[in-house]
Design a protein around this ligand. Structure first.
Ligand SMILES: Cc1cc2nc3c(=O)[nH]c(=O)nc-3n(C[C@H](O)[C@H](O)[C@H](O)COP(=O)(O)O)c2cc1C
Length: 291
């Protein structure tokens, strides 16, 4: 009865010439080239951290071998990243369509990426970084709200995204807890796109180990703890893996598993294409059911 539209246009889809404002967010040790390809073919875009490749040479090899007809993004950590210069140079050479920066001043990245026509989005959790990113010339902000997987912010997504949009005038992606079509609908009411990590962690194409994926099927949002103790920066982690960490037997990210409040809605491990289709189908239904 309700068919999925061919496209949902926002500022975000126009920037990258994609069909849907759905982004598979960068996840350390989890995002994979297969995930990027599947998301793009389904109409969205995926982002992979450059540090998922163990060396700068391995990152270059990925860029060389990745299909040239698939748009994708890479995530560059700007602060305390000894590979930043090398990885940025390789990114510029390959003209990667989208760069998402985390932590630190994006000015240099913005000018290098704009010089070849690429887009730069900046991860932010508050006003100060958002204003800096806007001054640096960012094309959009990623509002990393409370409840997000990884290094989450502290402010509700209901407030953070529209607030930063109002302050800066930039398009804003909502990050934190989006795992269903209702979440996508909410993201498009609050901002210009959905930036989804945890839900894509539990797909067939994600590179997370099976035990991690199974833990997500069982986890409830009440078992997610927000703590600085793993990396020094506050982030959300599964409590059971934190218990192993506290007992001294687990390494950050590899065995201490990050996930956001969106685990509430994870009951299966679909392919990324199936998940995209589901998100859009649920979105259409949820929209039709609004009062
Ligand atoms: C396991 C995991 C690893 C992550 N690694 C990174 C990373 O390397 N760089 C980054 O910018 N964000 C990272 N994030 C955050 C995501 O890019 C995104 O902001 C977040 O997952 C969105 O919230 P959600 O998980 O509730 O969908 C990570 C998140 C998870 C769950």
């Amino acid at each position: 009865m309700y068919s999925i539209p061919d496209r949902l246009e926002t500022e975000i889809t126009r920037q990258l010439n994609i069909r849907y404002p759905i982004v598979a967010a960068p996840m350390f040790l989890v995002s994979s080239p297969e995930l990027l390809i599947a998301i793009y073919r389904a109409g969205g875009i995926g982002v992979i951290p450059t540090l998922n490749f163990r060396t700068a040479e391995a990152y270059r090899a990925f860029l060389r071998d990745f299909p040239s007809d698939v748009a994708f993004g890479v995530n560059l950590i700007l602060h305390g990243n000894p590979r930043l210069e090398e990885d940025l140079a390789a990114t510029v050479e390959r003209r990667v369509p989208l760069v998402v920066t985390s932590l630190g001043d994006p000015t240099e990245v913005v000018s290098a990426v704009h010089a070849y026509g690429g887009r730069v989005w900046c991860d932010v959790i508050g006003r100060r970084h958002a204003e800096k990113a806007a001054l640096a010339g960012a094309d959009a902000l990623v509002a990393v709200a409370a409840g997000a997987g990884g290094h989450a912010g502290r402010i509700s997504p209901l407030v953070l995204a529209p607030w930063l949009k109002r302050i800066t005038g930039l398009p804003v992606l909502v990050a934190g807890g989006i795992a269903t079509g209702r979440g996508l609908l909410a993201a498009l009411a609050l901002g210009d796109g959905a930036y989804i990590g945890t839900r894509f962690l539990a797909t067939r194409e994600s590179a997370a180990p099976d035990a991690y994926k199974r833990a997500l099927l069982e986890a409830s949002p009440e078992e997610i703890e927000y703590t600085e103790e793993v990396t020094g920066v506050a982030g959300n982690f599964l409590r059971r893996s934190l218990e192993r960490f506290r007992a001294g037997g687990a390494r950050a990210w590899k065995e201490v598993w990050s996930a956001g409040h969106g685990v509430a809605f994870i009951d299966d491990l679909p392919s990324a294409a199936e998940l995209m289709e589901r998100l859009l189908r649920e979105y259409v239904l949820a929209r039709a059911e609004l009062p």
